[in-house]
Every structure is written in C-alpha cells, then in structure tokens.
Design a protein around this ligand. Structure first.
Ligand code: FAD
Length: 472
C-alpha cells in the first residue's frame, strides 16, 4: 500500500447526499475529496429524477398535440422525434454536469473519478477510472454510494438485456411494444411517457394492482388513467422465464390467476426496485455491517457500525428520494456541528410525476384504518377546482385525514400540479398547526392551491359520535 494521502474528509459517491457533504465541508476550508465511479452528481441529475421529468414533459407536450382540438387548436402534420426528445434530455444532463463541476471547483473540494473501497481502518483505496490507484486516509468518511436498478434472477432475464431507466432514457427510436416489468412509480412514469410518444405499452405487475401500497381510491384513479391512456396492465403476474432480446423481440412467460400465457413485445424495461451499491467496498474490513437487503446498517443519526464512518441516502436504506438523501446530508452535517438531529419520525413527502401527479405526505387512509387511528376524512374532486377547469385537467381528487384535535395526519392528492401543494400542508403538519390555519388563508384565485381552502372547509365537524376509528 502506498503512503496514504491525508484528508479531513473522504466522500464516496457524488450523488445528492455525497456532493452536498463535499461542497459544504470544502467551503468550510476542509481538505475534502469526493470519489465517483460513474456520473458526476450521481443518479438524480444524470439518469433519474431530472432526465425522467424532462422525458415526462416532452410526453406532456405530445399529449397536448393529441388533444389539440379540445383546446380549439387544429394540429397539422406532426410526429414524435425520439432523437429530438433524447437530445433535449442530453442538453439538460450536460448542463447539470457543468453545474456540478463548477460547485466542486467553487467549494475547493476535489472530485476524482474512480471506485473507492476500504483497505484498512480510515483508509480508502481508489481504483482510478483513468488507471492506477491512490490511497487516502481520513478520520471522517462519508458513504453515499446510492443504488442501482434490480435485475431479478428470473431465468433468461439478464440474457434478454433488458433496458433499465438508464437506457430507456436514452432511446432514440420509439419502441413498437414496450413491456415494463414493475408498476411502481418509475414504471408508471415511463409507461405513460412512452405511450404518449406513441408506443404500445404493457405493464406487468406481480401485485394485484399498480402502486399497490396506495389507498384504493388512488389505485382506482391510476387504473382509470392508464386505461384512458391506452396502457395495458397485467397484474397478479409471476414471470417464470424470459426469452429473446430486448430491442428485437422478447417473450415473457407469465403465470396469471387465470392460467399461463406468453406476452411478446419489442422492448423490455425492468423497474422492479433498487439494489444498494454496497458490494466490493471492503466494508467488512472495517466492521461496517449491512442489513439483509444489503443496505449499510445505520442508526437514526446515520452513523455506521464503524467509528468515524457515516452512510447517507439510498445506500443507507433511507427512503429512495433525492430530497431524503439531501435531508440525510443535513442531519449528518448538523450533528457534526454539535446538533442532535435524527431521522426518526421525519416527514417523507413524495410525488409521482405521472400526469396528473400523485402526491402524498403523512398517514394514508388505509394505514389509519389498519392501525385503528381515528380520523376525519375530507375529500374534494379536482372537478371543483376552478383552475383545473380552466386548463381542462379535472381528473382526480385531493383528500386529507384530520385528527379530533384538528391536526392534519395525512394528505394525498391526485391531480394537475398537486406536487406543489405539499409544502403548505407539510408546514402546517410540522408546525403542529390546526387545519383551520390553511382554511383561513387568502389564496390567490384561480390557482390549484385554492383547492386546499375548499378541502379544509369541508372537514366534517366533530359530533358526539365522531370520530369513529376508521373515519366515516
Ligand atoms: C428513474 C428514476 C426516477 C427518479 N425520480 C425521482 C424523483 O422524481 N424525485 C425523487 O426525489 N427521487 C427520484 N428518484 C430517486 C433518486 O434518484 C434517488 O433516491 C437519489 O438519486 C439517491 O441519491 P444518493 O445520494 O443516495 O445516491 P446516487 O445519486 O445514487 O449517487 C451515488 C453515486 O455513487 C457512485 N458510487 C457507488 N459506489 C461507489 C464507489 N465505491 N466508489 C465511487 N463511487 C461510487 C454511484 O455510481 C453514484 O453515482 C428516481 C430514481 C429513478 C431510478
């Protein structure tokens, strides 16, 4: 081993959690090095959140062309040019990388392309992408290595060379018939976008429905949306084997409750969850334990089982969202500065960027029922939202669960631009404000946010008989 180069901090992984740690400590004047084996900035700006939302928006534009007559616009000859869609995505990604490089430079934190692994306590060896190795030493090591698409051990699946989100984002030719395995949010966003570009799309889901963890009214709304968009959904499906090659012709052998069937398509996309990037990193060399799922074991301060080593983001098993990776970074940063922050009980908002959006925070109605938590339900249709009417996007609803002492327990919205409603509701929840605080706001007319006033004006009043466990 060469003589280690001494740093104040080593960060492995330049995704959301890692880059913020590197930039922050670097800007404080510490000698910091960040290691990145693939993409500067990690998944979000390169192959996940941002390029997928870029694709979703191109698909929205295509849907406007399809709906032109509804708006009094008579479209002429038009077609989707996937090469153009891809070029727009690439411009965004290239820009993102430049912004990241500038931030590394500005914060005087070093970024090195290569794969890092523990070779001894507090010591990392990096196999440089350009060739050769460097040995680094620090009393503070931050692991933020993220996750990758899971390829399940289904016979023939690997051999069929399926697309993951990475290759699907780079398609320059529209698939004739795209089969998507997995009806979670990644699968749903791709399904709708590709359908709107004109592909035939079939989603194969092993659970009884798409987004099966959501409330029944949400699932019903999603199913109706996909039906109306012309997306085929095969639920309750076990894939026994795969034959063929994605991009040419691929066959899925399915076991359904009704019997066996074979589904044939031109392309296959797998979206069946994430595998943490925690292999071959020498974690065992320094006593860093992992969970049975392969995540790095951390406590609620994101400390690993080795002193001076923290793990953040997807690799630590935190909910897989960029904003959660960012909050992991903030938790560790603040604790380094003497605070006592934990990840326990924090809000985990999310938004699925299908069209219309699905946004949620807090308790779900089905969870409240299961746990016998009393609540009052308020729910309004997007049809009553005047802004939604003006833009002809009246599909969906917003709903909230309210406690007997007027606190908001949970909020779910399925409708146009509803992801933007979350922070207002979150603020009320985190400040422990009663729902009436939102109800009494003067909200600009006509905005989608006005729906919050409508929603919280419709909370059933408490009567001697309410709230019954499970609402009404
Ligand atoms: C298609 C898709 C869409 C998504 N959309 C959203 C969304 O809209 N909103 C949202 O909040 N979340 C979204 N997510 C989830 C989000 O992208 C992730 O939760 C987030 O990027 C995780 O950040 P991270 O910091 O944990 O790691 P990552 O961003 O995964 O970064 C980790 C980096 O570390 C590198 N690395 C790994 N091991 C090593 C090593 N040993 N040495 C050096 N480098 C290493 C990896 O190559 C990677 O670049 C989406 C995910 C996908 C797949």
């Amino acid at each position: 081993m060469s003589t280690p180069e001494q740093y104040d901090a080593i960060v492995i992984g330049s995704g959301e959690a890692g880059k913020w740690m590197a930039w922050t400590l670097g800007a404080q004047g510490q000698r910091v090095i960040a290691l990145e084996d693939k993409r500067i900035g990690g998944a979000c700006p390169n192959v996940a959140c941002l390029p997928s939302k870029n694709l979703v928006h191109s698909a929205k534009v295509a849907s406007f062309f399809q709906r032109g007559p509804e708006f009094g616009i008579v479209p002429g000859d038009w077609h989707v040019d996937m090469a153009g869609v891809n070029a727009r995505r690439q411009r965004l990604v290239d820009h993102n990388v430049q912004v990241h490089l500038a931030n590394f430079a500005k914060s005087h934190s070093e970024i090195v392309m290569g794969f890092g692994r523990f070779v001894a306590e507090r010591t990392i060896e990096v196999a440089l992408n350009a060739g050769g190795t460097r040995t680094l030493r620090s009393d503070r090591i931050f692991l933020a290595t993220g996750s990758r698409a899971t390829i399940e051990p289904i016979p023939g699946l690997t051999e069929s060379k399926p697309l993951t989100h990475i290759e699907a984002l780079e398609l320059t030719v529209l698939p004739e018939h795209l089969i998507i395995v997995g009806g979670g949010f990644v699968g749903l966003e791709f399904a709708q976008a590709m359908r709107r570009f004109g592909a035939r799309v079939t989603v194969v889901e092993r659970n009884p429905s798409l987004a099966h963890q959501e409330d029944p009214d949400v699932v019903e709304g999603l199913q109706q949306l996909f039906h109306d968009d012309g997306i085929e959904v095969i639920a309750d499906a076990e894939i026994s084997r795969v034959e063929g090659l994605s991009g040419t012709s691929v066959s899925l052998y399915l076991q359904l409750p009704s019997g066996k069937t074979v589904l044939q398509g031109s392309h296959l996309l797998v979206a069946t969850g994430r595998t943490p990037n925690t292999q071959n990193m020498g974690l065992e060399v320094v006593g860093i334990k992992t969970t049975p799922a392969g995540h790095i074991q951390v406590n609620d301060r994101l400390e690993t089982t080795a002193p001076g080593v923290w793990a953040m983001g997807d690799c630590a098993g935190s909910p897989h969202f960029t904003h959660i990776s960012y909050d992991d970074f903030r938790t560790v940063r603040d604790n380094l500065g003497g605070a006592n922050r934990t990840t326990a009980g924090r809000q985990v908002p999310f938004c699925a960027f299908i069209d219309p959006e699905l946004a949620h925070v807090g308790l779900r109605e089905s969870e409240a029922k299961r746990q016998g938590i009393p609540y009052r339900l308020t729910k309004v249709s997007m049809q009553s939202n005047l802004r939604a009417s003006t833009i002809s996007e009246t599909r969906g609803f917003i709903k909230a669960l309210v406690s007997s002492d007027d606190r908001i327990l949970g909020f779910t919205a399925f409708g146009a631009d509803v992801g933007e409603l979350l922070p207002v509701v979150q603020l009320a929840m985190s400040a422990n404000l009663p729902y009436t605080a939102i109800r009494s706001l003067i909200v600009t007319h006509p905005t989608i946010s006005e729906g919050l006033v409508t929603l919280f004006s419709a909370v059933p009043s408490l009567t001697p008989n309410t709230p019954a466990p499970g609402g009404h």
